[in-house]
Design a protein around this ligand. Structure first.
Ligand code: SF4
Length: 409
């Protein structure tokens, strides 16, 4: 057998989409992580989301535990480069508020939201809005009746918890779901996923919960996730580490690459989704940049951002980036403005700076730049944009009014 040609045969699952990321079926296994900021801290959360995307994360989850978090999501979602899933804890109204905020997915813990009417209300709204929900079963927080029935958190108890939730969803004709059955014990989670995979074709989200700090946490999470992936089980994964979430995203990406489930990349191009503030057609500029980088072996993170108001700050983890503003392109290195060029030259300038950084390093790039002039020009274009577009270019204010109504009931 030629092991370089070897591929794990994946268990067939149904495909759903979280924003523009397909999960299940023949879609590549995706990487998820979760922000650890307060979701109400819009700028801090967006910076972390960009750092996660740059580290190879495909989907990011943010907690939605209070009204301020839902209102934050209304501002975060239009500016996030990857789909956002809201993590719902005990209050079903937060799920309704998060959907109003525009999230691309929800995660519900069946052990925490137990009233059938509440579960069905959320599923019916998600059905109408075409928003997928992850049923996130956790061995540590099962419905007490299941602990009693099975004498503890057994794989069977976890599978039954998922099945009960699925039944509620199906009562309202909702089937855009994926499921996780996480535990901090690797043998328990492996067995729970195996049993679940045998009875459903719903896409599965893999994870070892509360794996702890690295390196032990990395070993535990890898043991559980890799075992299942090698059996063809799993459509999306998350490392739950007690660490900077960027480490989770990196670990997830590296594991998938090591197993041959995702390809290695050269330039890692991230782009903002474009929103009410965009000054250029971000998709078109990102495509032109991809084409210009072509096969160049530049192992750098490159960001294409639609506006100079937020772009350099949001993508400050990128090695080099470009943000549009007032018909000009603002180049930034590690979040610092380094040059300003006419808009039609910005892709060429991006490639030239990337090659310089690859050869001489970031410090040398910052040294060659006239950052004082670049920052002054960026500040000028930023103020001009803020003046012409106002503070709320994404009309998040309107969504926030609706969120308040949803939360008030
Ligand atoms: S246009 Fe600006 S604010 Fe909007 S997503 Fe892009 S960088 Fe962020």
């Amino acid at each position: 057998m030629d092991v370089t040609e070897w591929k794990t045969e994946r268990k067939p699952t149904r495909q759903i989409t979280v924003g523009d990321v397909a999960v299940g079926g023949d879609a590549p296994v995706s990487v998820q992580s979760m922000t650890i900021t307060k979701t109400a801290d819009v700028e801090g959360t967006l910076q972390q989301i960009y750092a996660l995307a740059a580290a190879g994360c495909d989907i990011v989850r943010c907690t939605c535990n209070e009204q301020a978090a839902a209102e934050g999501l209304a501002q975060i979602v239009p500016r996030s480069p990857v789909p956002i899933i809201a993590d719902i804890h005990h209050q079903y109204r937060m799920a309704l508020a998060a959907m109003e905020a525009g999230v691309q997915g929800l995660r519900l813990n069946p052990g925490n939201i137990r009233k059938p009417d509440h579960i069905k209300a959320v599923a019916a709204e998600a059905r109408d809005r075409n928003i997928p929900i992850r049923i996130g079963v956790n061995a540590g927080s099962l419905d007490p009746s299941l602990y009693e029935k099975y004498g503890g958190a057994t794989p069977e108890a976890m599978v039954e918890s998922a099945e009960r939730e699925m039944a509620y969803f199906r009562e309202v004709d909702f089937d855009l779901m994926k499921i996780s059955v996480k535990a901090s014990s690797v043998p328990l989670m492996v067995e729970a996923y195996r049993q679940l995979s045998a009875v459903t074709d719903v896409p599965l989200h893999l994870g070892v919960t509360e794996a702890g700090p690295p390196p032990a946490g990395l070993v535990k999470a890898t043991a559980g996730i890799a075992t299942l992936l090698m059996e063809g089980i799993g459509d999306t994964i998350r490392y739950s580490l007690t660490a900077d979430p960027v480490e989770e995203a990196r670990a997830g990406r590296q594991l998938l690459e090591a197993l041959g489930l995702r390809e290695r990349k050269n330039v890692d191009l991230i782009a903002c989704p474009s929103c009410g503030r965009a000054e250029v057609d971000v998709i078109e500029v990102a495509n032109r940049a991809m084409e210009a980088f072509g096969e160049r072996q530049l192992p750098l993170q490159v960001a294409v951002m639609g506006c100079v108001v937020n772009g350099p700050g949001e993508a400050r983890e990128a090695d080099i980036g470009i943000a549009a503003g007032n018909k000009r392109g603002h180049l930034f290195v590690k979040g610092r403005n380094v040059a300003v060029v006419p808009e039609d030259e910005m892709v060429d300038a991006l490639v030239e700076w990337a090659e310089f950084i690859n050869e001489h390093g970031t410090e040398a790039a910052l040294e060659r730049a006239d950052t004082t002039v670049a920052e002054r020009e960026a500040a000028r274009d930023r103020s001009a944009l803020l003046e012409s577009q106002g503070d709320d270019a994404n009309r998040a204010g309107e969504k926030i009014v609706e969120i308040r109504k949803k939360v008030a009931g």
